[in-house]
Design a protein around this ligand. Structure first.
Ligand code: NDP
Length: 455
């Protein structure tokens, strides 16, 4: 075996976590290869966070144009036009640029990029096509893939993967699911002028988020013209002409131009030969790892979406930093899953960090709740009815802020800063002692004085 087929680490999957692990490990002096069968940057760069956010920006322009009149700008409706292929082409060009950035980052770090599908022959051998590579360590970072529930007509249903490359926008669309992706895509489609219906099987979407956030988001999305139908699911889809007829669980029918499922994502493990080498999976199909990303097979580790921890790019990146340090650094480092801030880029955005009110109560805290709902200043001249929600969940005994939740413009940007304070253990008194920045929405987080009476 030649020298260039012998490595210290082979990473399988060049997504956010895999690329970070490969680069960090190479910078620590390890001989590293990364194997990728699709695109550099993984879901986040290609069919996830990045193109999604670009589409969200694109969708929001329609509101900026509507609001312009209130500030004295004349934007005659008949002169406003939107061209979907332009947005997709510009997005594609940006993704290609980012693919190139990832390629250069890996090259500059001295990581060998191997294109193809990897299979494990044993705990030290990776096979790609006709080539066999030897390595001391293997890390699986293959990520996840959208799941479409089985039902008649399933093949007519798109996922987020295809939505990023739609040749044209339909006049009407149905989004199926009630999590991050469903809510974000419903906002994108509606913002771009598509009549959008969101179908969710439960009583209220965004399970796991604070109940006030869920209720408030439902109200705001409804104001934007998104039809929210809860307690209902799709039983079958039948194509007819250029559209689709849906049979729903409540006995009703719906006709639409596009059906998108955002009903969760499964771990991508097939074809890797995991069972041949004895790597155990969990009942949900994720690779089973301990707190240091070690599978049950010595020498094989795994991280990111494929291990079933929160499916978030910054989590995978943080895991990669810990694992690289453990494999090729001082052998130390732990992953901390507490206080992971997150945002849902619907319109308005949701930003959240820490415990929801229900979680805090269930954990036995004496909870004090601070809540504020108001119209953002930006909309005072425009007539827009959008409102903003801010909420703090505080431990009554220690005064520590346990959670911060927001629905409103730039919630993700605002909550990121608060996450530092909450991670550092800030008390409500310290929030109160912080001077606000006036006039902003964010200052409301340091000026909420009276707890909610009914909490
Ligand atoms: P989620 O797991 O967040 O949501 C899946 C939704 O689909 C839930 O509402 C679930 O309902 C529903 N569902 C699941 N199975 C079925 C079924 N068989 N029939 C009907 N409905 C079903 O998955 P997403 O696909 O939205 O996103 C995957 C992950 O990607 C997220 O959890 C998140 O970690 C990550 N992500 C993060 C983003 C961000 O940070 N902004 C953006 C996009 C994705 P129920 O609640 O009843 O289980």
């Amino acid at each position: 075996m030649s020298e260039n087929q012998n490595f210290d680490l082979i990473v399988i999957g060049a997504g956010s976590g895999g690329v970070r692990l490969a680069r960090m490990s190479a910078q620590r002096g390890a001989r590293v290869a990364i194997v990728e069968s699709r695109y550099l940057g993984g879901t986040c760069v290609n069919v996830g966070c990045v193109p999604k956010k670009l589409f969200v920006y694109g969708a929001h322009v329609s509101e900026e144009l509507e609001d312009a009149g209130g500030y004295g700008w004349h934007v005659p409706r008949e002169q406003v036009g939107f061209d979907w292929p332009t947005l997709v082409a510009n997005k594609n060009a940006e993704i290609e640029r980012l693919n190139g950035v990832y390629r250069r980052l890996l090259d500059n770090a001295g990581v060998r990029v191997i294109e193809g599908s990897a299979r494990l022959a044993d705990a030290n051998t990776v096979v790609v096509g006709d080539d066999r590579y030897q390595t001391r360590h293997i890390t699986i970072a293959t990520g996840s893939w959208p799941v479409v529930p089985e039902l008649p007509g399933q093949e007519c249903i798109l996922t987020s993967n295809e939505m990023f490359y739609l040749p044209q926008l339909p006049r009407q669309a149905v989004v199926w699911g009630g999590g991050y992706i469903a809510v974000e895509f419903a906002g994108i489609l509606a913002g771009l002028g598509v009549e959008t219906t969101l179908l969710y099987r439960g009583e209220m979407f965004l399970r796991g988020f604070d109940d006030d956030v869920r209720r408030f988001t439902a109200e705001e999305l409804t104001k934007k013209g998104i039809q929210l139908r809860f307690g209902v699911t799709i039983e079958s889809v039948q194509p007819e002409g250029g559209h689709y007829n849906l049979s729903l669980s409540d006995g009703s029918r719906l006709t639409t131009g596009l059906v998108m499922a955002a009903t969760g994502r499964r771990a991508l493990t097939e074809g890797l030969g995991l069972t041949d080498v004895g790597v155990e999976l969990t009942p949900s199909g994720h690779i089973r790892v301990d707190e240091h990303f070690q599978t049950n097979v010595p020498g094989i580790t795994a991280l990111g979406d494929v291990v079933g921890t929160p499916q978030l790019t910054p989590v995978a990146i943080a895991q990669a930093m810990v694992l690289s340090r453990r494999l090729f650094g001082d052998g130390q480092g732990e992953m901390d899953y507490n206080h992971i801030p997150t945002a849902v880029f619907c319109q308005p955005n949701i930003g959240t960090v820490g415990l929801t009110e229900a979680e805090a109560r269930a954990a036995g805290h004496q909870v004090r709740v601070y809540r504020s709902e108001f119209k953002p200043m930006k909309y005072t001249l425009t007539g827009r009815q959008e409102r903003c929600l801010m909420k703090l969940v505080v431990d009554g005994d220690s005064d520590r802020v346990l959670g911060a939740h927001m629905v409103g413009p730039d919630a993700g940007e605002i909550i990121q800063g608060l996450a530092v304070a909450i991670k550092a253990g800030a008390t409500k008194a310290e929030f109160d002692a912080t001077i606000g920045i006036h006039p902003t929405s964010a200052e409301e987080f340091v000026t909420m004085r009276e707890p909610v009476a009914d909490a």
